[in-house]
Design a protein around this ligand. Sequence first.
Ligand SMILES: [Zn+2]
Ligand SMILES: [Zn+2]
Length: 550
Amino acid sequence: MARKKKQLKVVFLGGVGEIGKNMTALEYGDNILIIDCGCTFPTVDTPGVDVIVPDFSYLEDNYDKIRGIVITHGHEDHIGGLPYLLDDCRQIPVYGSSLTLALVKHKLKEKGISIPKLNVVKGGEVRKVGCFDVEFISVTHSISGAFALSITTPEGVVFHTGDYKIDYTPISGEHINLSRIAEIGNKGVRLMLGESTNIEKQGSTISETKVGETLDKIIRNNTDKRIIIATFASNINRIQQIISICENLGRRVAFNGRSMKNISVMAKELKLLSAGEQTIVDIDKIGEIEPHKLCIITTGSQGEPMSALTRMCNGEDKVVVGDNDLIIISSSPIPGNEKAVYNVINNLYRRGAKVLYGSLEALHVSGHACQEEIKLMTTLVKPQFFIPVHGEYRHMQQNRELAISLGVNPKNTMIAEIGSCIAVSKKGLTRLDNVVAGNTYVDGLAGVDASILKDRHQLSKEGLVIVLVSVSVQDKSMCAPVEVIARGISLDEEQTDYIKSIVEKVFDDTNYNKPEVREEFKSNVRKKINRYFNNKLRQKPMVLPIVMEK
Ligand SMILES: [Zn+2]
Ligand SMILES: [Zn+2]
């Protein structure tokens, strides 16, 4: 019998059709290479859920083939799923930049997971992972230590852009290695996986340097105020700019919020953040500094409920906000967070503070490439095949169209969805059967499935009606009056009595004379009461019949 020919497969486990929980696997024979392992945060659609990670079933079924995990950079949508994957798969080596892996280590420690084999790589290095040679290429993004990946496979080179922008004047001095990307493109790239986040935005992303200029001007013009700046803790370049400006203008700097304190310590250890001996002051000692000589850098730029800025605006933090404060929100609300952010801003105004936010000036710039940058990247990589990633469906479709306008043959492009498995050979892309994939909802230490989420929606929107029925099996009769308990829905006496009469009628009709008919009785009670609520009251509470047999 002829042996089944090996083929290169790209398996999409997350990050396509969504911005979040990025995860892609390359598979060839007995070798699987995982690229990123991210998470997504819950929305109103997922009540009570702490975090959403990819469904790892496919990887668990193929555990013996996994040769390594390469992480493009340290944002949550690229590393946040690792504690849940590595909990069961500790032996898999993980590769990434020093900052990325410091963040991974911290995350695993917090969850009490023993640290796997972490391999720090630098831009320009090549690592052999199974049958794949992975070259890590420095790119600019809103976090340091971000990589694009050029992966040499038996079927040619797969180029994954990671998250990137083309910032010609980066703060860290870590430039995007465009000349190396051009070389790789010239040698021939079989498949490009290109990020799509900002495809709807024309032109180019503004350089991070510009934010520094804006902040410098604002801080210079407000010498009488205490300054509080909220930004992402992971944006070390932004934090560095604020520290440098404050040092120039004779201000001390304090960090507020757990992740801000953590990352500032981590970044200092890794020599990614430099500050004079006297510059940083402990947040507990800011009382010793004159307010107009102080700048507090804080978490909470997304209005997160437990963050330091939210605590400050609610008067629950040791930092008390007042009319001598100028607060700068140096980030844009991530879609979905707008209401929370504006609530925080309203409350800061209530306390008398002045707030600068939004697009008033360049207070924030995106870390993702806009159209002109994507054009340059795709042109340099010159791929034979193109599959867009890191975007909702419209972003990916527009990125695909852009690649076609740049000369990629339309037949050589494809849109993937979560679970897609696409075979790559020099002849073309072929869609294979989907693999098991999707969302895993994590609540505390347990997983919750879609049916539980459905229940939570119904309970939170429609309420609950419990019907308690006591049955004497011996006498074949109800041995106590029916009890009706309602939560999250109001029932008057008449309605309650009507529900009781429904139960009694169903009891008689079901001929409840033995325990075997219990389920049938419960189901009929549920149906009849549901119908009553639906037809008479236009309501849909969850109806829960409980039968106690005596
Ligand atoms: Zn990112
Ligand atoms: Zn991302």
